[in-house]
Design a protein around this ligand. Structure first.
Ligand SMILES: Cc1cc2nc3c(=O)[nH]c(=O)nc-3n(C[C@H](O)[C@H](O)[C@H](O)COP(=O)(O)OP(=O)(O)OC[C@H]3O[C@@H](n4cnc5c(N)ncnc54)[C@H](O)[C@@H]3O)c2cc1C
Length: 309
């Protein structure tokens, strides 16, 4: 006899966290469905440009190489993923998830819902359609040659911004590091490096007003938020390192979120709603690592089959 309760289980997101929950449910023969907005699985892993060297079980030259392994997993075990399904609303009162597929609105009902929707780049939408958008970057590792002998502005105040400025400083003509605050949210060793680098020009308390140019960027306009002085800097390229945003719009009217919009969970990954769980980058206070997301997914899968189903 089938040993588990027959519940409709929906997982949102086929990244490392969502796929790992699915792998445990599949092994136990528990029916479920994964709704994934993209056309393939692996989440943002395939977008990672840097070397992945923090797993003791293997290293990868970049995220694409690891994604190939994830694709091998999905081809072999065929987790029940519906691709191209972007969830738009969680209607917890009616236990329904609304999503779009092929431009059509669809719904699916659930008894248990697992949210594993991860993060996205914090994009400055003002410049999305600019004629000079080829000069705007969110990642640099794959295209360092673009910055050789160029004047570059890096926007941000955390580790990603300070690391980008340090990496660009030996190849760029000049690097402006633009931080809206008068403090850094970065590691002390990185702050030491930017403050002692002759080619990095630090602009604190500085708000980026505008990027000006035609086919290429000519200059940026900045406001000093202490003196209110407005000034320009001639630049060729701009790199945004302003962090990530959690993909929690679908949960904001349903679940308790922390101040930054991440889903608050208990030790068993349960959210403020007893039938909804959250794992991976989307959960509040979780270290953003593939190993953590997969570990949480496996743990939640086992919790569900041992304690809930
Ligand atoms: C530039 C960069 C470098 C990184 N480097 C490393 C590193 O060196 N080592 C390391 O361990 N980690 C690294 N990470 C972090 C790592 O990628 C994440 O911790 C991990 O991918 C989290 O997995 P996840 O499943 O929680 O989320 P994700 O991988 O983000 O997957 C979430 C999935 O949910 C889907 N989704 C989102 N919203 C919806 C919706 N509304 N409907 C349906 N589907 C949806 C997305 O399409 C995506 O497939 C890096 C991340 C980035 C961005």
């Amino acid at each position: 006899m089938y040993p588990y309760k027959d519940k409709k289980i929906i997982i949102i997101g086929a990244g490392p966290a969502g796929l790992s929950v699915s792998s445990v449910l599949m092994m136990a023969g528990v029916k479920h469905k994964i709704l994934e907005a993209r056309k393939s699985s692996g989440g943002i892993v395939g977008d990672i440009q840097n070397e992945l060297d923090d797993f003791i079980i293997g290293t990868y030259s970049d995220g694409k190489e690891l994604k190939k392994k994830i694709d091998e997993f999905t081809q072999k075990y065929r987790p029940p993923i519906a691709y191209g399904c972007k969830v738009t609303t969680i209607d917890n009162a009616n236990k329904i998830v609304k999503f779009t597929q092929d431009n059509k609105q669809r719904t699916i009902d659930f008894d248990l819902l697992i949210i594993a929707t991860g993060l996205r780049f914090n994009i400055d939408h003002r410049f999305e359609n600019a004629t000079f958008k080829k000069d705007i970057y969110y990642r640099i590792s794959y295209c360092l040659d673009d910055f050789v002998d160029k004047t570059v502005a890096v926007v941000g105040g955390g580790d990603n911004a300070t690391i980008a400025a340090i990496r660009l400083s030996p190849i760029a003509k000049k690097v402006y590091l633009i931080n809206k605050n008068n403090f850094w949210k970065s590691r002390k060793d990185l702050i030491y490096q930017i403050e002692n680098n002759d080619n990095i020009y630090i602009l604190k308390n500085s708000i980026l007003n505008n990027i000006i140019g035609d086919k290429n960027i000519d200059k940026i306009s900045i406001t000093d938020n202490i003196t209110n002085e407005v000034f320009d800097k001639a630049i060729d390229k701009i790199v945004f390192k302003t962090g990530y945003l959690p993909n929690t719009e679908i949960a904001k009217n349903t679940l308790k979120l922390d101040k930054k919009g991440y889903i608050i969970t208990k030790n068993n990954f349960q959210t403020s709603s007893p039938d909804i769980y959250a794992v991976g980058d989307i959960a509040s206070g979780v270290l953003k690592r593939i190993a953590v997301a997969t570990g949480q997914g496996v743990e939640l899968g086992n919790y569900l089959i041992n304690e809930v189903l």
